[in-house]
Each structure stands twice: as structure tokens, then as C-alpha cells.
Design a protein around this ligand. Structure first.
Ligand code: 2BA
Length: 110
């Protein structure tokens, strides 16, 4: 039974993760994506893999993606900032990876 692992990771971790997938012979497709909250780029990996190897894939992701605290400007400005040039920033803790595992009904390679 095949599964589709969808992993959203931070751009900073995407090169090393690609490399580790390659070395472990884990097939992966890398997509440029962006988060709706931070409105910043991130990277989404699609990995079609046999069910028995899902644990291995998760381990590689966990070992190579780290959570970080990023600063962002909130989308809605408070009254306090109106009329000033000072834009304030707030810290956001971004996870190492957001992962979804889906069943694959059919898989074709033409
Ligand atoms: P973003 O949407 O840019 O979110 C970045 C981080 O901002 C999130 O980290 C979370 O810590 C925080 N955040 C998100 N929405 C928030 C809110 N309404 N209020 C306060 N803080 C909020 P992560 O949870 O590690 O997510 C990282 C990225 O993974 C997200 O980037 C998004 O692209 C994706 N993601 C997370 N959960 C998802 C889901 N349920 N479905 C689809 N994509 C998801």
C-alpha cells in the first residue's frame, strides 16, 4: 500500500532535506509554497512511498528540520501604529515541519 507524505518545511531546511532524501533513495518532489499566516515562502515536499518506509521518511524529516522563532509584522495594524512610521514585529514560533500522510488510491507513471 502506498502513502503520500506531504511535508511543509522552512526554506532554510529544504536543501539539506532534499540531499538527505536523495541519499536515502527516498523519491521526493519539491514545491515552492507559502504560508498563509506569515505570508512568506516555505517548501512543500511530496513523497510517494510504500507504507513500510513512512517511519523512515518521518525520521529523516524530523532529523533535518528545526523549529525557529521568526519575527513578523502582523497583518492588522493596531491603532497605536497608525500615523507613525514604526511598524512593530511580533515573534512567531514556526515548527520544524507540518506533515500530512494520505492514502494513495492509484499510482501511474506514464
Ligand atoms: P504559515 O501559515 O505561514 O504559519 C507559520 C506559523 O505561524 C505556524 O507554524 C504557526 O506557529 C503560526 N500560526 C499559523 N497560524 C496562526 C494563527 N492563526 N495564529 C497564531 N499563529 C499562527 P507551523 O504550525 O509550524 O506551520 C508552518 C507552515 O505549515 C504554515 O505556514 C503553513 O504553510 C503550513 N501549515 C501549518 N498547518 C497547516 C494545515 N493545517 N494545513 C495546511 N498547511 C499548514
Amino acid at each position: 500500500m502506498m502513502k503520500l507524505v506531504v511535508a511543509i518545511v522552512q526554506d532554510q531546511d529544504s536543501s539539506i532535506l532534499s540531499e538527505e532524501f536523495r541519499e536515502a533513495r527516498i523519491p521526493a518532489t519539491k514545491l515552492s509554497s507559502s504560508g498563509s499566516f506569515l505570508r512568506a515562502g516555505n517548501t512543500t515536499f511530496l513523497i510517494g512511498i510504500e507504507e513500510e518506509r513512512v517511519e523512515e521518511v518521518l525520521r529523516v524529516i524530523q532529523d533535518n528540520c528545526q523549529g525557529r522563532k521568526l519575527m513578523t509584522t502582523p497583518p492588522v495594524h493596531l491603532d497605536a501604529s497608525v500615523g507613525t512610521d514604526i511598524s512593530y514585529q511580533v515573534p512567531v514560533q514556526v515548527g520544524g515541519a507540518t506533515v500530512f500522510i494520505l492514502p494513495i488510491e492509484q499510482h501511474f507513471r506514464f
